[in-house]
Design a protein around this ligand. Structure first.
Ligand code: GAP
Length: 451
């Protein structure tokens, strides 16, 4: 096995054994490419989501939150262009009947070529001429077919095309259809943003690489509405803000990410410009999040399809126009994966440590009685007090103190508080740091201040 694959496998095993992630429906043999988040995964995910909300909604006084539905009127997806355009290029090897994403074959075998910038005809010709063997088999390629990515289901008791609905492939459209309502009820003035997080679904041709590409995933998206002539400035602002969010707020190392500006030919059907923030995953550079200038594409199309006015009247000049929209769109699962990969280390002596930024680590602290027999009563009191103060903390009394420290290191807990003999007699508690394993003692009355 290649070293890179080994690292990902090792991390997955670690996450499974420590309660971050479980294989979906495992007792029935699983459902391919589905992963459930366990108790620690949920905490990590919630922390990231809350930080996003704080940075992109609460801290920006002109941004508002929303929680729109996964199921929407199918006309939404006609207007947005997804019914017509949201597909991947599918190619089949007639010899073994295996199907692949054509662009991914080219990306894998010819990394110097930008496959996303090639249209289907070009891709097809290129693969037929250049890929004579693939995935351990000789090849005889079919034409490329468009494989539609939206999940379909039926609403109500009668099945059929009349009741067909889609599971949303992006959260963004829920924002566009509520644009006028949020603007009116909040008396919002351009520029302003609407953001939400939630599930999205795509029937991916080639899901995989753990939680990097799955068919059900979560997005955190902001749609920031601006006057068209100000869109370049806002685009730049959100490229910077989104980059800083991944490094300064989530804690990903600067050297683990890079920006990639899309070439004109590879832009999504709605985009006037897109910058991806990529992360160096064990399987190579991959898109972590993107910032796009969606222009007035969505609002104009929804206005046309619905017949409802979705323009904006400037309250001072009375000028009426359709705003442009800047969209920083972040995949929550991918961001979790990146944060974990970046933080995961095995030291020379075999110590596994996840150096997660404290703001995202599942537990900020762990309270440990030095001896279960003598110190658990006092330790539980410390634990309860911290919980009362809203701090995410766990309590661990099983096994030797050394093993407990190692366990906390391996799940990313930055600090362990150890209750010792002197805690009751002198009010002293030991603090042990995850990253350098240093220990110090402080007075228990200073604990809150210290934290
Ligand atoms: N509204 C714009 C939009 O959806 P996108 O580039 O298709 O743009 C945005 O998706 C982000 O959602 C990606 O950068 C990625 O992090 C995440 N994402 C997309 N498809 C995904 C999948 N199948 N599994 C996990 N995350 C995915």
């Amino acid at each position: 096995m290649k070293n890179k694959e080994k690292k990902l496998k090792e991390i997955i095993n670690h996450l499974k054994s420590t309660g971050f992630v479980f294989q979906g429906s495992e007792i029935y043999g699983g459902l391919s490419n589905t992963w459930d988040y366990g108790p620690l995964g949920v905490l990590l995910k919630e922390n990231i989501k809350n930080l996003w909300w704080k940075e992109f909604i609460l801290k920006e006084s002109n941004n508002y939150g929303l929680d729109s539905k996964i199921l929407m009127n199918p006309k939404v997806w006609e207007a947005s262009g997804h019914v017509e355009n949201f597909s991947d290029p599918l190619i089949e090897n007639k010899i073994n009947h295996k199907r692949y994403r054509a662009d991914k074959i080219v990306e894998e075998l010819f990394p110097e070529i930008n496959a996303e910038a090639m249209d289907n005809k070009k891709l097809e010709k290129f693969i037929i001429e250049n890929v004579k063997e693939y995935d351990g088999s000789k090849t005889n390629w079919t034409d490329i077919k468009k494989f539609h990515l939206m999940f379909e289901t039926s609403q109500g008791v009668v099945e059929g095309s009349k009741n067909k609905v889609y599971l949303r492939p992006e959260t963004a459209q829920g924002i566009f259809v509520n644009f006028e309502k949020v603007q009116r009820t909040m008396r919002a003035k351009i520029p302003f943003g609407i953001g939400q997080y939630g599930k999205s679904f795509r029937n991916e041709v080639t899901p995989g690489n753990f939680i990097f590409r799955t068919r059900e995933f979560e997005q955190m998206e902001l749609e920031y509405f601006v006057k068209p002539e100000n869109s370049d400035k806002a685009y730049k602002y959100y490229v910077d803000k989104t980059t800083n969010f991944s490094t300064k707020i989530i804690g990903i190392k600067e050297e683990s990410i890079k920006l990639r500006v899309h070439e004109k030919e590879e832009l999504a059907h709605y985009s006037k410009g897109t910058t991806d923030i990529e992360f160096i995953f064990p399987f190579g550079w991959g898109e972590l999040m993107g910032v796009a200038n969606r222009s007035d594409f969505d609002l104009k199309n929804h206005e046309k399809q619905s017949g409802e006015k979705l323009s904006y009247r400037d309250h001072i000049t009375q000028e009426i126009y359709t705003p442009y929209v800047i969209e920083p769109s972040i995949g929550l699962d991918r961001l979790m994966l990146a944060a974990i990969i970046d933080a995961y280390e095995i030291e020379e002596d075999g110590r596994i440590v996840m150096k997660l930024k404290k703001d995202i680590s599942p537990y900020k602290l762990s309270v440990l009685p030095l001896s279960k027999k003598y110190h658990s009563k006092s330790a539980k009191k410390v634990f309860e007090k911290l919980i009362e103060n809203g701090i995410s903390v766990n309590y661990d009394e099983a096994g030797s103190i050394g093993k407990r420290y190692r366990r906390q290191d391996s799940i990313g807990t930055p600090i362990c508080l150890t209750v010792i003999d002197e805690t009751d007699s002198k009010g002293i508690i030991t603090i042990r740091h995850r990253d350098n394993m240093k220990q110090e003692t402080i007075n228990i009355d200073d604990l809150e201040k210290y934290i």
